[in-house]
Design a binder for this molecule. Structure first.
Ligand code: 4AD
Ligand code: MG
Length: 461
């Protein structure tokens, strides 16, 4: 007999006989003549009600089953007599696969997210986290569908790299040297020539430079993989290890880049609205009351676009007092970004053309000499969801930008080759996957949308 996933069983017309279900017990309730088990196998939120008649062979063992135990049930799908479900399973055989000890930590409803983080290896068995990780999985799958439908090539950019793409110096070093006793140069400095790769190496902060090389040859490409940032920021929106989707398009300008980003975000939200209804209704009820209305509204209305200059002006004119004052030339802080998208605009907004002094070296210089063709997408409740830009395709301008940062163009020689051999205007962006999951679910802490989160001073599991 073949196992039926519970989500599928619930779609079958009742009555249907001889189903085999396997899963974990969420609750057991023993009545006088029957026992009720709520069985869940992760395929949906509700699980299925299993009714075990008192005269069943081995009923004594069933009555002693504990929450969390793994069991197999053979039975018939029938219309339910009780409230709360339309169908249920009338068991003809129940077998214990793996008993859960009495101290199973997921006994009660309403455990705090903080407590559940301390049992990240078990929390996928709770309603909230089962839903989060189903939505996360659906989003990941629909990312590939979106790009595949548009003819993009999926590129695996390297995890280990020697380049600091963002130039922010927030990289984790990768080394096999003996940290207690590293080889030294004549000057007494650590001799990275002796290290595994013969030079300093790090975990990547972004696959962008590699994606650019592929875009300038394969036209439309994207990466989707883990990225790493050793920034010591303990916020609800930053993780040390997170996933990023980075499309890169040749013969593309900033405005077409925004068009793709808008289509992409809407596609992802539409997918979860269509395919994860039960989970989204749960989030709307328990986590974020305005979620469904907000997402539906976002999918149906155009995103706003404004320049950084305009954004600064509107923030200043708003009369709102911010902890960090806002002026042309400053980095927008989370408080500014949230106020802009939530209060001033009331929906997602692309902010473009930032001062060159606060953005990365690869961004395309605008004719005003002051700004670059950068774009951030800010969304209510989350803040910055996307960062991207038009790339500087002019070799001499790019070399100057590198020198202005006191870096050596020679260190970027492979990257500059793409500007030497058939350069072309191109643009791309990075969407933070966890922030997208937060946006789609209403979850408020990035630690609660990653299976096993890594943050400063936290590398459990
Ligand atoms: O704005 P960022 O730093 O841009 C880049 O890395 C570019 N190279 C992307 C590109 O143009 N191809 O990061 C992109 C996005 C941010 O908008 C944010 O959503 C997310 O990645 N992000 C983080 N998410 C979680 N934790 C962190 N520490 C993050 N840092 C950035
Ligand atoms: Mg950014």
């Amino acid at each position: 007999m073949k196992r039926t996933r519970i989500a599928h069983a619930l779609t079958l017309p009742a009555p249907a006989s001889g189903l085999l279900l396997k899963g974990w017990i969420r609750t057991v309730r023993n009545g006088k003549n029957v026992s009720f088990i709520n069985l869940n196998d992760g395929s949906n939120m509700s699980g299925i009600q299993v009714v075990v008649p008192g005269e069943l062979d081995g009923i004594e063992a069933v009555r002693k089953l504990t929450t969390g135990s793994a069991i197999e049930v053979v039975g018939d799908l029938v219309e339910s007599q009780g409230k709360g479900q339309s169908v249920e399973v009338q068991a003809t055989k129940v077998t214990t696969v793996g008993r859960a000890n009495e101290d199973y930590p997921l006994q009660k409803k309403g455990a705090s997210f903080e407590f559940l983080r301390s049992i990240a290896h078990l929390r996928n068995r709770s309603n909230t986290f089962g839903a989060v990780f189903r939505v996360r999985s659906k989003l990941a799958q629909s990312i590939h569908a979106f790009f595949s439908d548009r003819g993009f090539v999926y590129v695996h950019s390297p995890i280990i790299t020697a380049s600091d793409t963002e130039g922010a110096g927030e990289m984790f070093r990768v080394t096999t040297l003996d940290v207690g006793n590293p080889p030294r140069t004549d000057k007494g400095e650590v001799d990275w020539n002796e290290d595994f790769f013969g030079k300093p190496a790090y975990l990547t902060v972004s696959g962008q430079l590699n994606a650019e090389a592929f875009a300038l040859g394969m036209s439309d490409v994207y990466t989707f993989g883990p990225t790493f940032r050793a920034e010591n920021s303990n916020t609800t929106r930053h993780a040390s290890e997170f996933w990023m989707i980075e499309p890169e398009m040749a013969f593309c300008d900033l405005s077409e880049n925004c068009d793709l980003a808008e289509d992409f975000v809407k596609h992802l939200l539409r997918t979860v609205l269509d395919d994860c209804q039960e989970d989204l209704e749960f989030f709307n009820l328990r986590i974020d009351k305005g979620l469904l209305e907000r997402l539906t509204h976002v999918v149906d209305s155009p995103f706003e676009r404004m320049s950084y200059r305009e954004a600064v002006k509107r923030l200043k004119d708003s009369g709102q007092s911010f902890e960090y004052p806002v002026e042309f030339g400053v980095n927008l802080q989370a408080e500014h970004e949230r106020f802009l998208t939530e209060k001033l605009v009331g929906r997602p907004v692309f902010v473009t053309d930032y001062p060159k002094s606060i953005k990365a070296f690869y961004m395309r210089r605008n004719d005003d000499g002051e700004t670059v063709g950068a774009v951030d997408l800010l969304v209510p409740a989350v803040g910055e969801l996307i960062g991207g830009s038009a790339r500087e395709e002019r070799l001499d301008v790019l070399e100057d930008a590198i020198r202005e940062l006191n870096l050596e163009p020679e260190d970027y020689s492979w990257y500059l080759d793409t500007r030497r051999f058939g350069t072309a205007p191109h643009a791309g962006f990075g969407l933070g996957f966890e922030r997208m999951v937060m946006y789609a679910t209403g979850m408020q802490n990035i630690r609660d949308v990653i299976p096993f989160p890594r943050t400063p001073r936290n590398c459990e599991f």
